[in-house]
Design a protein around this ligand. Structure first.
Ligand code: BMA
Length: 326
């Protein structure tokens, strides 16, 4: 028998039986859907999800939901927590989407990176907060078309690092990393991982999923791949490992996806066949993660997994480097 992590039937991520955790029915005000949520654990131990909420105009805003155990009894803010600032932030005219949240010890603040959407296209904005009630907006830091961004929670050397996903006119969209001395001015843009081609699950379009997890072996990065099919797009999840002190260097990249739409709530919804995690929380054992993902752009779901098992799987099911030359 192969070790459990090599057995394709041994899943790296287990769906929680309480899924879907949050839907539009849980919202204290009238909305269309709630999905792709950033996640963190507050110093009280509580889980906070910063959820993407789509209203019935089609535009999205962010709304916080808190729960003591990260599964049940969610307390949802009674009104939008962070919404488009139409007067000062024209790049948010069509809403705020897909937040990623990281606690930044040096700043004593959480950094929230999100997609700002307007007729200019989707770009990346950054905001800082202590309490998810008041936010300091740093504005549009990556111009369109760009999304799927997160700040790394600490400086690399002297500088801050941002993983993001610009979309070139040539079509295929890859994962990049850029550096900044001050969180405002970004440069040294480096290609980290390239979308593959053809039959691959991660052909054409890839992007960061939740913020990467810092481990002794490297930054464990979950990323989504978009397989375009005659029936529409399939959003799946894979793994890669980035160098701890040079995160633009991808050490290994998983060959197969590790998580794919299967259940009814993932296959059917406003946009079917989508699993889209934007956040995780680390549990008290320092190994188990709660991974929060949007399902079919309609609900928020939970899957649990072990970081150690993911790293072990990656050793046996990957190729070196992130670029694609086939
Ligand atoms: C992507 C993002 C996600 C969304 C997914 C499927 O491009 O915009 O917010 O979940 O498409 O619609």
């Amino acid at each position: 028998m192969p070790p459990a992590h090599q057995d394709p039937r041994a899943r790296l991520l287990q769906r929680h039986e309480a899924n879907p955790l949050l839907t539009g029915y849980h919202w204290p005000y009238f909305i269309n859907t709630v999905f792709n949520a950033g996640a963190t654990r507050l110093d009280t131990g509580e889980t906070l999800l910063l959820c993407r909420v789509e209203d019935c105009s089609g535009r999205s805003h962010l709304c916080a939901a808190r729960s003591a155990d990260g599964v049940t009894d969610w307390k949802v803010d009674p009104a939008p927590t962070l919404e488009a600032d139409l007067e000062n932030q024209p790049e948010e005219m069509w809403g705020l989407e897909d937040p990623r949240v990281v606690w930044v010890p040096e700043l004593h603040r959480y950094a929230v990176s999100y997609t700002c959407y307007s007729r200019r296209g989707p770009g990346v904005s950054l905001a800082l907060t202590k309490d998810f009630r008041e936010f300091e907006r740093l504005g549009n830091i990556m111009p369109p078309e760009d999304k799927d961004a997160t700040l790394l929670p600490r400086r690399i050397g002297e500088r801050w690092a941002m993983i993001h996903r610009p979309v070139p006119a040539t079509g295929r969209a890859h994962i990049w990393l850029s550096y900044s001395p001050d969180l405002k001015h970004w440069g040294e843009h480096t290609l980290v991982m390239e979308a593959k081609r053809g039959a691959w699950w991660d052909a054409n379009k890839i992007g960061l999923s939740p913020p990467p997890i810092e481990t002794p072996e490297g930054w464990l990065m979950m990323y989504h791949g978009v397989r375009m099919t005659p029936a529409g797009c399939l959003y799946r999840l894979g793994l890669a490992l980035l160098d701890l002190e040079d995160p633009a260097r991808c050490i290994r990249r998983g060959t197969n996806w590790i998580f794919s739409p299967e259940t009814d709530y993932e296959r059917t919804g406003d946009v079917g066949d989508v699993v889209f995690p934007c956040g995780y929380t680390m549990r008290d054992d320092g190994d188990t993660i709660y991974l929060y993902y949007g399902a079919a752009d309609t609900s928020i779901c939970l899957a649990t997994g072990s970081v150690k098992a993911m790293l072990a799987w990656l050793k046996d099911n990957s190729t070196p480097g992130g670029l694609y030359v086939e």
